[in-house]
Write a protein that binds this ligand. Structure first.
Ligand code: GTP
Ligand code: MG
Length: 167
């Protein structure tokens, strides 16, 4: 397959309303992602294709699949072949943190994701240091807000590093 056509499969999950759709549209550089933007909850899944140039200077496409928070029980069906995972937590929503923790640990324990890289924000509250010593692929943390543009460039940079990590 031509390098131009190669798609890197990425999964984006997290509790409902944590900001996945808003974040991915911002990363995709869609117009109008500001405080006037009001997304509808994702029913099923959405795919966001993002073009980028990797560290070797080759053009590639990230194919990021968002799974709506309502679909938590069906995550398992979308893990095969995933190279990176973005786990989104709304850190201003304290009521959701504990539910997010359960989801995250379930995901981290998933054998199908053993080779995937993961970025998430919840780990700060979840014994990050201890986890790092236990996991093959150390998760990366990022604070981001699509509405203020905080952390968006850093997220794009992370996603642009397409090197697969061997277990
Ligand atoms: N203040 C603030 N609100 C945000 C931010 N990101 C998203 N939101 C708001 O959070 C709400 C939910 O955003 P979505 O992007 O639909 O969340 P989601 O995770 O895709 O939700 P589901 O698809 O239902 O799982 C919307 O009202 C957004 O405007 C942010 O950085 N700051
Ligand atoms: Mg959504």
């Amino acid at each position: 397959m031509d390098d131009l056509e190669k798609k890197i499969p990425v999964l984006c999950v997290g509790p409902k309303g944590s900001g996945k759709t808003t974040l991915l549209k911002k990363v995709q550089q869609a117009e109008g992602i500001d405080y006037t933007y009001s997304p509808v909850p994702t029913i099923g899944t959405n795919i966001y294709d993002i073009n980028y140039v990797n560290k070797q200077g080759k053009k590639q496409v990230l194919s990021i699949r968002e799974i709506g928070g309502e679909m938590v029980t069906l995550w398992n069906n979308y893990l095969e072949g995933v190279e990176k995972v973005i786990f989104v937590v709304d850190t201003s929503n304290l009521c959701q943190i504990s539910a997010a923790a359960v989801m995250l640990y379930t995901l981290l324990a998933e054998p199908k994701l053993r080779r995937s890289k993961m970025r998430n924000e919840a780990l700060l509250m979840l014994q990050y240091s201890r986890l790092c010593s236990d996991l093959v692929n150390v998760p990366a943390l990022l604070e981001a807000s699509p509405l203020t543009n905080t952390g968006i460039d850093a997220l794009r940079a992370f996603l642009g590093d397409a090197k697969k990590v061997d277990a």
